[in-house]
Design a protein around this ligand. Structure first.
Ligand code: KG4
Ligand code: ZN
Length: 393
C-alpha cells in the first residue's frame, strides 16, 4: 500500500511517500521538508498568510521531487484533457499559484500508483492548512485516490514510534503517556492504544516552544529560539537564577509558561549586565523541570508502561536527557521513546505513518466537503486526539 502524505500546518512544506508492507513495516520512498524559517525570521514568528503563499509556491515542486525519488514520476503518453482539470480548478479556486502549477505539471504526468493521500487537517494555522488540504483534495479528485485527514499531534506521537534504521514502528506497551511539545502546543496525553487518546492537560497560555521563541527574542537571539537558547545554555549555569516553576505544585496536568517569560523580562530589566548563557540555562532548566515532573506524575498515576515525547521542543537535549535519566531512576520498568532529532520538527513522514497505521478513516473524492479544518488549539479538553470536533465524519 503506497501512501502520499502532505503537511502544511505551520511553516514547513512537507511531502512524504511510504510503502506499507504490513501494519508495522514500511519503506520510506521519499521524505522531503522545505522550511520557511528564513522568510519568517525577520518577523520573529510565523506570519500565517506568508506561510500560505510559500506553501502554495512549494507544494508542486516538492511533490514532483518526491515522486521522482520514489520512482513514481512517469510522463504519460495519453495526456489528460484540460477538461479533467474542472474539479481541480474548483477546489483550487482561491489558490491561484497552485492552480496554475497544477495545470502546468500534472496534465502530462502518468497517474502514480498511490492507494491513499494523507493530509494534515489540523491543529495548525488556518491559512497554512488550507494550502495543503486543498492541494490534497485536488490530487485526490484528479487521480481518484481516497484521502485520509490526519491530526498533526497524533503525527508527532507516531514520529516517536518510528525506527528509521529498521523502518518499523516500535511495538509499544500500553498505557503510554505522551508529552507533545511544540511551538503551538504543550499537551500531555494518555495513550490507551494507538488511535485512542485522552488529553490529560495542556498549556493554559503560551506553548513551551513559544516561550523559548519569546525569551530568545528578548535576548536578541534569532527565530526559532529553542535551538539558540539551548546552544547558549550549554555554557551557562542552570542554577544561577531561580526562575519560577509555574504550576509545578498544581494538582493537575496543565502547564503555564507566560509568567515564566515575564519573570525573564523583569530579570533582564533589573540586571542590565546579565549573563546571556546563565539566563538561557536557568530558563531552560525551569521549563524542563516542569515538563519532566508533570510527565512523570502522569506516568505514575496511570501506571504507564511507555513514555514518549514528540514535537519541535522534543529536540531539546536537556529535556531528553533529564526525562531519560529520571525515568530510568524512578520508573525503571517503563520504556522511554524519543524521536530521532530529524523527526522532531514538522514533517510528512509522521503523517504518512499515522495514516498507514489504519485507525483513521478514508474519504473518497465525492465526500471532500466532509473535511473541515481544526484550527490551532481548538481541541476540546475532554476529548482525545482521535475524536475531535473539527472532523465531521
Ligand atoms: O513541532 P514544531 O516544529 O512546529 C510546531 O508545530 O510548532 O515546533 C517548533 C518549536 C519552536 O518553538 C522551536 O523554538 C522549538 O520547537 N524548538 C526547540 C528546540 N528546537 C526547536 N525548543 C527547545 N529546544 C530545542 N532544541
Ligand atoms: Zn508540530
Amino acid at each position: 500500500m503506497k501512501i502520499l502524505a502532505i503537511e502544511t500546518s505551520c511553516d514547513e512544506t512537507a511531502v512524504a511517500i511510504i510503502d506499507k508492507k504490513n501494519s508495522r513495516n514500511f519503506r520510506v520512498l521519499a521524505n522531503l521538508v522545505s522550511s520557511q524559517v528564513k522568510i519568517h525570521e525577520k518577523f520573529g514568528g510565523v506570519v500565517p498568510n506568508l506561510a500560505r503563499r510559500e506553501h502554495e509556491k512549494n507544494l508542486v515542486p516538492i511533490l514532483l521531487r518526491a515522486l521522482k525519488e520514489a520512482n513514481m514520476y512517469h510522463v504519460s503518453r495519453i495526456k489528460y484533457q484540460v477538461s479533467d482539470l474542472k474539479k481541480v480548478n474548483l477546489i483550487l479556486e482561491r489558490e491561484a499559484i497552485l492552480r496554475d502549477q497544477f495545470a502546468q505539471h500534472f496534465l502530462s504526468l502518468k497517474k502514480p500508483k498511490l492507494d491513499a493521500i494523507a493530509v494534515t487537517y489540523g491543529p495548525g494555522l488556518a491559512p497554512a492548512l488550507w494550502a495543503g488540504v486543498n492541494f490534497a483534495k485536488a490530487l485526490s479528485a484528479f487521480w481518484k485516490v481516497p484521502l485520509i485527514p490526519i491530526n498533526h499531534m497524533e503525527g508527532h506521537i507516531f514520529s516517536a514510534l518510528f525506527s528509521p534504521k529498521r523502518s518499523t514502528l516500535y511495538a509499544m506497551r500500553f498505557p503510554a503517556i505522551a508529552l507533545l511539545v511544540s511551538g503551538g502546543h504543550t499537551e500531555l496525553h494518555l495513550v490507551k492504544k494507538l488511535g485512542s487518546y485522552k488529553r490529560l492537560g495542556e498549556t493554559l497560555d503560551d506553548a513551551s516552544g513559544e516561550a523559548f521563541d519569546k525569551v530568545a527574542k528578548m535576548l536578541g537571539l534569532s527565530y526559532p529560539g529553542g535551538p539558540e537558547i539551548s546552544k547558549w545554555a550549554e555554557s551557562g549555569n542552570s542554577q544561577a537564577i531561580a526562575f519560577p516553576r509555574p504550576m509545578l505544585k498544581a494538582n493537575n496536568f496543565d502547564f503555564s509558561f507566560s509568567g515564566l517569560k515575564t519573570s525573564v523580562l523583569y530579570y533582564l530589566r533589573d540586571h542590565p549586565k546579565y549573563s546571556l548563557a546563565d539566563v538561557a540555562a536557568s530558563f531552560e532548566e525551569a521549563v524542563v523541570e516542569v515538563l519532566t515532573e508533570k510527565t512523570l506524575r502522569a506516568a505514575k498515576k496511570y501506571k504507564a508502561k511507555t513514555i514518549l515525547i514528540g514535537g519541535g521542543v522534543a529536540a531539546n537535549k536537556k529535556l531528553r536527557q533529564v526525562l531519560r535519566n529520571k525515568i530510568r531512576e524512578l520508573l525503571p520498568h517503563a520504556t522511554f521513546l524519543e524521536p530521532q532529532i530529524s523527526q522532531t520538527g514538522d514533517n510528512a513522514l509522521m503523517i504518512a505513518l499515522t495514516a498507514a497505521y489504519g485507525s483513521s478513516k478514508l474519504i473518497t473524492s465525492g465526500e471532500h466537503s466532509r473535511i473541515s479544518l481544526l484550527v490551532n488549539k481548538k481541541l476540546r479538553a475532554t476529548e482525545g486526539i482521535g475524536a475531535e470536533p473539527g472532523l465531521r465524519l
